[in-house]
Design a protein around this ligand. Structure first.
Ligand SMILES: Nc1ncnc2c1ncn2[C@@H]1O[C@H](COP(=O)(O)OP(=O)(O)OP(=O)(O)O)[C@@H](O)[C@H]1O
Ligand SMILES: [Mg+2]
Length: 351
């Protein structure tokens, strides 16, 4: 502890707010990795890039989110022209930031959007589940981070850190001194790697409250990927009720949108699949999706939400907090940075 001037350790007594995902918070395990843990070469082979599975146009987003994503991607696409040829680097030294944080409730399309961004940039995508990476063994995480960046550099991929809540938010400290130290080393390795990386990094988070100032300074933009509104649900309905799916006449995208208020695109998809699975087990004329099938799935979906404490009332509107410009300014001030100043990290020598 102690090398990070801007790291605030919250009181240990404060329990983490349960995130809408109800994913368990996994703390690092102090101990030896099992025998046969990958050596260096093998380690970077673990991280493979793949062609993106979605285009940005495939993601159904409300207007605000779409234009934010488009504008960030535009900045990245034209970064070299803007900052090198046109010389904007001289007046905006912090402009090298190329990380994007997509935040929002589960199933809203963040992963899809990350893939769409890679597709738009004409790059493969290398997805790293950050929560998994961090949960394993103290000492392994930093090596894995370095390997992921190395692999992304080699394949010129967009590096996508999924479930990155803990790294972007100030995470609560863990129980032991040495686990704490592990987290801090991971954090500083991550910052250092981001600074050295020439490519694009995308983070997806469900709920990153209290953003870590050092990461905030490296993020070009935060975009909220919210739950779909009625119009969005209707478009999702039109997408999911594929033409070849046998269904009753009254099963329409508009009706589906009406019964799915508060549900995510991911949940709507599961609802349609569930309803089709019910229908396919019937015979004759009854072998088609009815409103009853969808309504039954919708009830099941809401019951599941309640069971994990994720009903409409606890989603994006109340829980997710976007840092306001004033808060971002406060974070900058706290880190001793003035408005366009390029951060100089003292704390990274720790790696
Ligand atoms: N906005 C959307 N537009 C189009 N399809 C969507 C959208 N949101 C969800 N879907 C559908 O739901 C699936 C799951 O969405 P996705 O995995 O992108 O959500 P997510 O926000 O990454 O969720 P999680 O937080 O659980 O990782 C997608 O593959 C897609 O079929
Ligand atoms: Mg996802």
């Amino acid at each position: 502890m102690g090398f990070f001037s801007d790291r605030v350790v919250p009181p240990r007594a404060a329990a983490p707010t349960p995130t809408p995902t109800a994913r368990p918070t996994v703390l690092p395990v102090v101990g030896q990795p099992p025998k046969g843990v990958a050596e260096e070469g093998e380690r970077s082979n673990r991280y493979e890039s793949a062609p993106p599975r979605f285009r940005l146009e495939d993601v159904i987003l409300p207007g605000g989110a779409r234009s934010q994503v488009e504008s960030l991607v535009g900045k990245i696409e034209h970064h070299q022209t803007l900052y090198e040829q046109w010389g904007l680097g001289a007046i905006d030294p912090g402009g090298r930031r190329v990380a994007i944080n997509l935040f929002g409730p589960p199933g809203s399309g963040k992963t899809m959007c990350a893939e769409g961004i890679a597709a738009r940039l004409g790059r493969p995508i290398l997805t790293v589940n950050y929560a998994e990476l961090e949960s394993k063994y103290v000492g392994e995480t930093p090596k894995n981070i370095v390997a992921a960046f190395a692999a992304a550099r080699q394949s010129e991929a967009v590096l996508f850190f999924d479930e990155a809540d803990s790294i972007l938010g100030r995470r609560l400290t863990s129980v032991t001194q040495s686990a704490d130290h592990g987290v801090n080393v991971s954090r500083s390795v991550m910052l250092l790697q981001m600074d050295r990386f020439e490519g694009v990094v995308v983070f997806a988070t469900n709920l990153a409250k209290n953003y870590d100032g050092a990461f905030v300074r490296r993020i070009l933009g935060h975009v909220e990927i919210p739950l779909p509104d009625r119009a969005g649900r209707e478009r999702l309905g039109a997408r999911f009720l594929v033409a070849s799916l046998p269904r009753a006449e009254e099963v329409t995208p508009a009706w589906l949108a009406e019964i799915t208020d508060g549900l995510s695109g991911g949940e709507m998809l599961q609802l349609v699949i569930g309803a089709a699975t019910r229908a396919v087990q019937r015979a004759g004329d009854a072998r088609r999706v009815t409103r009853d099938d969808l309504a039954a799935e919708e009830r099941a979906s809401r019951a599941a939400r309640r069971a994990v404490g994720l009903d409409a009332a606890t989603t994006v509107h109340e829980e997710v907090h976007t840092p306001t410009p004033a808060e971002l300014a406060a974070l900058r001030a706290k880190a001793g940075l003035s408005a366009g100043e390029r951060p100089i990290e003292q704390d990274e020598a720790a790696s």
